[in-house]
Design a protein around this ligand. Structure first.
Ligand code: C2E
Ligand code: MG
Ligand code: MG
Length: 545
């Protein structure tokens, strides 16, 4: 019971840890993804603003060039109309002027005529562009314009429009020409000067921001600096995190529910099994062990049986572990032992050479109480020790050094000892040699593999070889087909147990079986009828193997 509870607590902790690890892994993944997309977006922002500004400047320069080839007299109505059409289609243009040498002779625009009279240009670039920075000399109303001349025409640009006019939530950007800030979104954005930044994207985790710089010098040397917050991870992925947490919690609850049910079932099975033992509701069936060649019965194995109060038969592969877990396997063994000794009295009267194998649990190997009790019970019934053999699973052998001396004791009392489920415990030849054993029972899984392409089919010959080198009499478990029997005989296995010869039988049917035990066909109707009676009398046991 204690172990069951420990398993429950342990597995719940494992479940919590599992869900936790899953959750952290998903969050880390999202975080990583969030940073990558954030960086890509921010880098893209400066670049895309820069590219569109540059397109605008190139377009403006081309437009100015085109004015110089207009076939109209300068300052004529047609000339000015052409300039006006060009200005209307470009919202950032406030005015277009025509120059002759250093004089701005005429122009169009949304400014009062003659208002714009720029004096000295600030720069003449290799591209032939002449620029006037926004300054008081280019101021019209409340805006200082940026003037750009190429050939005989110039254009007055509202620098506020150069970055586009769409407001950008939580994002700032600014445009520089040389070291002069021409435009920004929002207008009062506080951004570092481009000269202080590397070109490209820099992530400033300390302030939770991404800053990017785009820089080109095609017609004018422009720089764009953009800044945006590294979005709050929690806000951005809140929905996903909420769903994840919810799912995780649900999983956890389902797990705890399942574990509680299993453990409750196990706990109730534990107390029910204890009651069944006390009330003498555990009984035994015997499965004959035969000489494979002659089919003659040479002994039998006692197998514990239990039917729950609700009528369900429980397989020993289920209730034996429950008794082991609950620490009372010894009581099961004792119950089986008593029944076997009682039945042996009947068996030996008619078949004095027979013996019965009793299975020992791992718990029986912790001390010699079972051995002593067996000796006492047999003595009381005046039965020879040789009439009871003991089966110990290979896995149980692996557990303790104590079992070595216990086996020695049992043998010295006159019992033969068999290693059960041989081949499933992966013990080495030398390890098995260190035990004093008499019999070896090859596990059913290997017998099942005979004649198939299963991986274990190769192992079965190896297992038989191992048995042979241990110099032990060998019994094959779970023989179901004549082909398996023939194969086993061919490979030197002398004894077998399995449905091919007989299913486990009640004592009455066992005696009937033994009385008719001459080489015979198990498929005869009389034989089948005996099984049917046995199996309906005790309901069908759910076999785990
Ligand atoms: P085991 O000792 O290896 O017993 C053989 C199992 O194989 C039995 O299952 C038997 O009914 C089944 N079997 C035999 N021949 C065939 C066959 O041809 N085909 C198939 N499908 N199965 C076959 P059972 O009775 O369900 O017992 C299962 C296991 O429970 C046993 O394996 C043994 O380890 C354990 N057990 C049974 N009774 C006791 C007991 O009194 N004490 C202890 N400690 N363990 C027991
Ligand atoms: Mg056994
Ligand atoms: Mg076995």
């Amino acid at each position: 019971m204690f172990r069951t509870r420990k398993i429950l607590i342990f597995s719940t902790l494992v479940a919590i840890a599992g869900v936790g690890v899953l959750f952290v892994a998903v969050a880390a993944l999202l975080w990583q993804e969030s940073i990558t997309s954030e960086e890509a977006y921010a880098g893209g922002l400066a670049a895309s603003l820069g590219q569109s500004t540059e397109r605008l400047i190139v377009d403006t320069r081309d437009m100015l060039d085109a004015f110089d080839t207009l076939p109209y007299a300068r300052c004529s109505k047609e000339h000015l109309k052409a300039l006006e059409e060009a200005a209307i289609s470009r919202p950032y243009i406030r005015a277009i002027g025509y120059w002759q040498a250093d004089d701005r002779l005429c122009g169009v625009g949304f400014l009062a005529q003659g208002v714009l009279k720029p004096a000295h240009a600030d720069r003449i670039y290799d591209s032939g562009v002449i620029a006037w920075w926004p300054s008081p000399q280019t101021q019209v109303g409340d805006v200082q314009l940026f003037l750009m001349r190429h050939g005989d025409h110039d254009v007055a640009i509202d620098p506020r429009m150069l970055l586009g006019s769409t407001p950008m939530k939580d994002r700032q950007a600014a445009l520089w020409v040389e070291n002069l800030r021409l435009s920004a979104i929002p207008w009062d954005a506080t951004l570092p000067a481009p000269s202080t930044l590397p070109i490209g994207v820099s992530v400033d985790r300390e302030h939770g921001q991404v800053i990017s710089r785009y820089s080109r010098n095609a017609i004018l040397p422009i720089d764009i600096v953009a800044r945006e917050p590294l979005d709050n991870f929690l806000t951005r992925h809140a929905q996903m995190l909420a769903i994840g947490t919810g799912l995780g919690l649900l999983l956890l609850l389902a797990w705890i529910h399942l574990m509680t049910r299993i453990s409750r079932n196990r706990l109730s099975m534990t107390s029910e099994l204890r009651e069944a033992l006390a009330a003498g509701h555990i009984w035994v069936q015997y499965q004959p062990v035969v000489d494979l060649a002659s089919r003659r019965c040479i002994g039998m194995e006692a197998l514990a049986r239990w039917k729950r109060t609700d009528g369900d038969a429980v397989s020993p592969s289920v209730f034996i572990p429950v008794a082991e877990d609950g620490g009372f396997i010894h009581e099961v063994t004792r119950a089986v032992m008593r029944i076997v000794v009682r039945d042996l009295q009947r068996i030996l009267v008619e078949f004095p050479e027979m013996s019965v194998n009793i299975n020992l649990g791992e718990g029986d190997l912790k001390n010699d109480a079972t051995g002593r009790e067996l000796t006492a019970t047999l003595a009381l019934a005046r039965l020879p020790a040789g009439s009871v053999k003991l089966e110990i699973t290979e896995r149980a052998l692996l557990n303790t050094e104590v079992s070595r001396s216990l086996i020695r004791n049992l043998r010295s009392m006159g019992h033969q000892v068999a290693v059960d489920d041989f081949g499933t415990g992966y013990s080495s030849l030398s390890y098995l040699q260190s035990f004093e054993l008499d019999l070896l029972k090859i596990d059913k899984t290997f017998v099942d593999a005979i004649g198939t392409k299963a991986a274990t089919s190769h192992v079965v010959t190896h297992v038989i070889e191992m048995a042979r080198s241990l110099n032990l009499a060998t019994v094959a478990e779970g023989v179901e087909t004549p082909a398996q029997r023939d194969w086993l005989i061919e490979h030197g296995v002398l004894f077998g147990q399995g449905y091919l010869f007989s299913k486990p039988l009640s004592i009455e049917h066992l005696l009937a079986y033994l009385r008719h035990d001459t080489p015979r066909d198990p498929d005869t109707p009389a034989f089948e009828a005996a099984f049917d009676r046995d199996n309906t009398a005790h309901a069908t046991t759910t076999h785990a193997r």
